[in-house]
Design a protein around this ligand. Structure first.
Ligand SMILES: Cc1ncc(COP(=O)(O)O)c(C=O)c1O
Length: 462
């Protein structure tokens, strides 16, 4: 049967090492902190930061990397941003307070997010953060701060543009509203420093992002003509990553096309995250930079260089690529006619992909508590069900081939869950506690250590 083909997820060597050699620790963590436990790997996050940093340096661009903090609530990643003196993109006052309290300086913080609250804007101004203006109302709030004498410093702003590449977004300001914005800013030129423009596009198109940069460049030129500083383009996030290698991705696509009963209860899904990317992470960025400005022989990076423009990026998911995984205890199994289920002590709130009406295709991996020699008869095909009373509480609808039947108190591991999967939709439904986050690291030694995420410090790596 085709569905018995295993779709193996990509594992960073450190992830593989932990799963293979630190099984005892994983079992202990689940015993002590309860199931599920999210493991964070800040050193892999640091590797990803370095990949982006090196790519941007290669093109000799003035740049900044702002980690999109919405992608994971883990504090360890903020510690790493502080360690690298790199930036963070925040979308709420709570994310801003976290970033500041974990050592990221205000100047390195980008403020995005729709219709920001007054308190959020004030805290951002007080810390000299770079605010991406999303609406006229936000400007009004800032002007009221100025009028009431709350602000003496210059406010660093970008204007977020919402209608690029014929896409209409509910975020940002329309291009044809910019003249109105310029008029308002002119009236308060001692207080506003318009540094440029920002955008974030839905989807994963390199071409659209390259064209959007060209569009924004035109606005930069107009803005400069009107006497504004305008020297920054913030292109948001959306850089793809590979959860699967190409073979496994093609294998999944093939069986998804050919096979009827691939998912539990004949569930149908119309779309999946592109789990394999030809240009993952910094390569995606390089593809954008190497694209031609429409109808010219000038590449985007040349445009940025010659225009003396700083490029800001806001990667979330891709900085977290491989930087975490989720461990859960098996409660037991059930056979329902032709179909089998593995029940885990975890639920669909710990794997957010399920909230987007799609299935998380990579994994899971099975870590037996007691290792017994494998026999062919032990293999078992099952979907993975959660611990709530909801019929649709499934962690994996796909029928997964396990080389041996998972047993009560074994572990299942979902890899690469740090980007959005772990905690975007976490809740205490049924009063089930929110999973603990545990940070694992090596530092300068070769031994794997762990701490609670809330206790981890960059000093632990020295
Ligand atoms: C404004 C903004 N910046 C950055 C990001 C991060 O995107 P990603 O995690 O896909 O890189 C998002 C995601 O929604 C966003 O809305």
């Amino acid at each position: 049967m085709e569905s018995t083909k295993s779709i193996e997820p990509i594992r960073h060597p450190l992830v593989q090492e932990i799963i293979e050699h630190e099984g005892k620790t994983l079992f202990e963590l689940v015993e002590v902190f309860g199931s599920a436990v999210h493991i964070l790997l800040p050193e892999i996050f640091q590797e990803n930061l370095t990949l982006y940093e090196s790519a941007l340096k290669k093109y000799e661009l003035k740049h900044g990397i702002l980690y999109a903090a919405k992608a994971n609530k883990g504090r360890s990643f903020l510690e790493m941003c502080s360690k690298a003196s790199s930036g963070v993109d925040v979308s709420s006052i709570f994310e801003l307070r976290s970033a500041l309290s974990y050592g990221v300086i205000g100047e390195n913080i980008g403020i995005s997010g729709p219709m920001k609250t007054d308190k959020f804007l004030l805290l951002a101004v007080k810390h000299n953060s770079l605010i991406a203006i999303d609406s006229f109302d936000e400007l009004d709030v800032l002007i009221n701060f100025i009028k009431s004498g709350l602000i003496n410093e210059k406010i660093r702003i970008l204007i977020r543009i919402g209608d690029l590449q014929d896409k209409k977004s509910r975020f940002g300001i329309q291009k044809d509203q910019l003249d109105e914005i310029y008029k308002i800013l002119d009236g308060y030129s001692d207080f506003f420093d318009l540094q440029g423009f920002s955008f974030h596009l839905d989807g994963y198109s390199i071409k659209e992002r390259a064209n959007a940069i060209s569009e924004i460049y035109t606005e930069i030129v107009k803005g400069r003509d009107k006497g504004f500083n305008c020297s920054t383009i913030d292109i948001g996030g959306g850089f793809t990553i590979s959860y699967l290698d190409e073979n496994n991705w093609r294998l999944f696509q093939d069986i998804n096309e050919q096979q009827k009963a691939l998912f539990y209860q004949n569930k149908k899904f119309t779309s999946f995250y592109p789990y394999y990317s030809v240009n993952p992470k910094e390569k995606f960025l390089e593809e954008i930079l190497n694209s031609y400005v429409q109808n010219t022989r000038t590449r985007i990076f040349e445009l940025l260089q010659s225009g003396n423009i700083q490029l800001l990026i806001e990667p979330g998911r891709s900085l977290l690529d491989q930087a975490g995984f989720t461990v859960m205890k098996v409660r037991g199994t059930k056979s329902l006619g032709e179909e089998n289920l593995v029940f885990v002590d975890a639920n669909f709130n710990h794997l957010s992909e399920q909230w987007f009406n799609t299935d998380f295709i990579p994994g899971p991996l099975h870590v037996p508590k007691i290792s017994t020699p494998m026999t062919h008869e032990q293999s078992f095909v099952a979907s993975v069900a959660g611990n709530t009373c909801m019929e649709n509480d499934m962690l994996t609808w796909r029928k997964v081939p396990f080389s041996r039947k998972p047993k009560k108190d074994d572990l299942l591991v979902y890899t690469n869950t740090a980007g959005y999967q772990m905690d975007s939709n976490e809740s205490e439904f049924h009063q089930i506690p929110i999973p603990e986050k545990i940070t694992m690291f090596k530092g300068i030694g070769n031994r794997i250590q762990w701490k609670k995420d809330s206790d981890f410090s960059q000093l632990d790596l020295l």
